[in-house]
Design a protein around this ligand. Sequence first.
Ligand SMILES: [Zn+2]
Length: 129
Amino acid sequence: MTLDNLLKTRANLEERIRQLIGRAVMVIELDLFALPCGCSGYTANTRGLALDDLEVFEEHFLKLLKESAEAVGVSPGFIFARIIPGTQEIAALNVRELCPRCYSDFATTSGKRPRPDIYIFHLVKRKRK
Ligand SMILES: [Zn+2]
């Protein structure tokens, strides 16, 4: 993974979301992150994206986010969107490799909207060890 690759992935993600929904959505920042608990992944901060778009184009977004995760070396275990509370606006798209503790937290929640600020696209089921 190089920074050049990160820049290209941001541009590509933005371009493909625009093509998909036909509006000038912006990916204003693409961040890789590592958390103290052991989770890691990437966050794409967006402007101009709405919850409706995700629901209508769910399969397309899933494919798009999996591909950009691969491009930056993140394994797409958990894919979700963060919604600005009290609105239909999407603040960020997230692809995260969950640590065991966060995995069990999320695995026991059910449905697409376990919390009002989260929309879940995808959670890979893990085999029990
Ligand atoms: Zn974690």
